[in-house]
Design a protein around this ligand. Sequence first.
Ligand SMILES: [Cu+2]
Length: 130
Amino acid sequence: MNRVARSLVLVASLMLFVLVPATHAVNHIPKKVNMRNTLFSKQALTIKENQRVQWVNKDAFEHRPVSCAMVDGTVCNNEGAEFDAGIIAAAGSSASFQFNAANGRPPGVYAYHCSIHPGMVGVIIVNPAN
Ligand SMILES: [Cu+2]
């Protein structure tokens, strides 16, 4: 391919990227939270409604992110009421949830912990989509 052809391909590629609606692109890229050394990599994560959160296990043992109403930072009420990612196997496995009203997770604040390691705590803050 000569230089002009390469430039045309590049411009066409960039135009395709720009033409994809921004909200579509944003909603389909999950926000990742790694679980490493028995910690959530982002203890507080802010997203917009319809976005997805993906928990990725980087440890050599299982984790299980579960929503809970935190009482004093350690005691958890209503475990799993909003989401339960289930057991996420070691080293590279993941699970994800989309947050929106349609699936019972409307904008709001979602405290959660690992049901296997209750000291692992985090919060997902879901803002309205606008
Ligand atoms: Cu854990």
